[in-house]
Ligand binder design. Structure first.
Ligand code: HEM
Length: 454
């Protein structure tokens, strides 16, 4: 086993082992079965290996938890996080989003955005989220199969729209809620994000029918809608508004110049995109796992019915994010050579933990066992579904709260049964790992449900 400490030095590069298959074949294998492919690489080459992807810089994947955390928290490795993400998300969120900026610009933006997502602030939303979830759950079909991922996505989207955009003209908000999932689904076509260069020749491709034209049309609609909202807000300035967009519009002078319309648009889209599909997918996985783990489900139900504290519910949420990490990776683009274990990676390479494999490495088992989060141990130390370091997920408290509240409300009202008994496969949907059958369930209403708020 190589020395897994990480050191940044100006040494000659020594590359980790990896497949010699052409980039196009490696990309296809990864898209078809991301976890299976990376597990096979890990078995063959060890905890640090290289992979080639079409149209992207060379990359090294890491599956060792200690090394993974060191990479995420290392300044050398983290210098160009925004740039590393730009390759895959810029066409959707733009170059001015918290997700895609670096350096001083990032620091200023994080300072503006983070307060709205602090634990104390999001906890105040608990009863609003519960009421919203109840209103949605009451409309779910009874006795018929439906995709839980789509159903919970409507809840998480309303939450993030409320937080980021707040109140606005009702028809504009409706259009926004309707458009956003369509833009994101259109962008999930691998043709688009695997070949980002293709989008830059918009003139030619705009006229060619296909996924690119559809995406560009929907994105233009979304942009027009947001610019309309920004303009309306400038015209009727209201200093009491607490939503993130209004705070961003009000920030200037000592914090820097006022943000332009394009910067505001990119920030809002970045937060809306990062802030709802991820949480909805995690919720879908929670029920996919719970319905295949009857003992865990029975204990959780019993604890919720008895009104016990949240400890077991929180352990279920954490175990879901461990056993089925929503993000595949958290890439860092190296600004300088970096020693990773026995290897020295050159500047210009990506290095990234494979989050699902890092988290599984702690005890090597895929068993769904929330108990492991009731005492600190190897699994809790390897837990990093929200990344780590300065660029860790700004919305982690909101995501955890939403998951707890929505799971509680669903279990209070319904019994959910999976349509297929077999575990669902793990599929890459743009940058998230989703259940292959969008967590298809059938609901029955529970009797004598307690409706008291938490
Ligand atoms: C279960 C749900 C979620 C998961 C699994 C998740 C995961 C992640 C991961 C892995 C990263 C990259 C961290 C790194 O590179 O070290 C990230 C970044 C980010 N997430 Fe989340 N996220 C979730 C929910 C949310 C929510 C609700 C928001 C709300 C706005 C959000 C906003 C962001 C933003 C803005 C970043 C970039 C932060 C920066 O670079 O400063 N995420 N998230």
């Amino acid at each position: 086993m190589p020395d897994l400490r990480l050191r940044a030095r100006g040494r000659r590069t020594t590359l980790p082992p990896g497949s010699r298959l052409p980039a196009i074949v490696q990309t296809a294998l990864l898209v078809r079965d991301p976890i299976g492919r990376l597990e096979r690489c890990e078995r063959r080459y060890g905890p640090v290996f290289r992979v080639r992807m079409v149209g992207a810089p060379r990359r090294a994947y890491v599956t060792d938890p200690v090394l993974a955390r060191e990479i995420l928290t290392s300044d050398e490795a983290g210098a160009l996080v925004g740039e590393a993400r730009r390759d895959v998300v810029e066409q959707l969120v733009g170059e001015h989003s918290l997700v895609t900026v670096d350096g001083d610009e990032w620091l200023r933006r994080r300072g503006l955005v983070a307060p709205a997502f602090k634990r104390q602030n999001v906890e105040q939303l608990q009863s609003d989220i519960a009421a919203l979830a109840r209103a949605h759950i009451d409309r779910w079909p009874i006795g018929e199969a439906f995709a839980l991922r789509t159903a919970v996505r409507a809840i998480t989207m309303e939450v993030i729209v409320e937080l980021v955009v707040g109140s606005a003209d009702a028809s504009r908000l409706d259009r926004l809620r309707n458009l956003l999932p369509k833009v994101m689904d259109a962008y999930a076509s691998p043709v688009l994000w695997l070949f980002p260069g293709a989008m830059r020749v918009r003139g030619v491709l705009r006229s060619t029918p296909g996924p690119l034209r559809r995406f560009l049309r929907l994105r233009d609609e979304l942009d027009a809608l947001l610019y309309e909202e920004i303009e309306a807000r400038r015209a009727a300035s209201d200093e009491d508004r607490r939503d993130v967009l209004s705070r961003l519009m009000a920030s200037r002078d000592d914090q820097g110049p006022a943000m332009s319309d394009i910067e505001l648009r990119d920030e809002v889209v970045g937060l809306l995109v990062a802030g709802h599909e991820t949480t909805a997918t995690a919720l879908a996985w929670a029920f996919e796992r719970l319905s295949r783990s009857p003992d865990v489900l029975a204990r959780l139900r019993a604890e919720l019915d008895e009104g016990s504290d949240d400890r077991y519910l929180e352990a279920v949420v954490k175990e879901t994010l461990r056993a089925r990490a929503v993000g595949l990776d958290a890439p860092r683009l190296l600004s300088r050579p970096l020693t990773v274990g026995a290897y020295v990676l050159p500047a210009g390479w990506y290095v990234t933990p494979v989050l699902p494999l890092v988290q599984r490495a702690a005890d090597g088992r895929d068993e769904f066992r929330p108990d492991r989060f009731l005492q600190p141990g190897a699994a809790t130390r390897a837990w990093m579904p929200f990344g780590a370091g300065k660029r860790h997920c700004v919305g982690s408290h909101l995501a955890l709260l939403e998951m707890k509240v929505v799971i509680r409300e669903i279990l209070r009202a319904l019994d959910l049964e999976s349509v297929d008994a077999a575990p669902e496969g793990i599929k890459l949907h743009h940058v998230t790992l989703v259940p292959s059958e969008p967590a298809r369930v059938r609901a029955t209403r529970r009797e004598q449900v307690s409706r008291s708020s938490p």
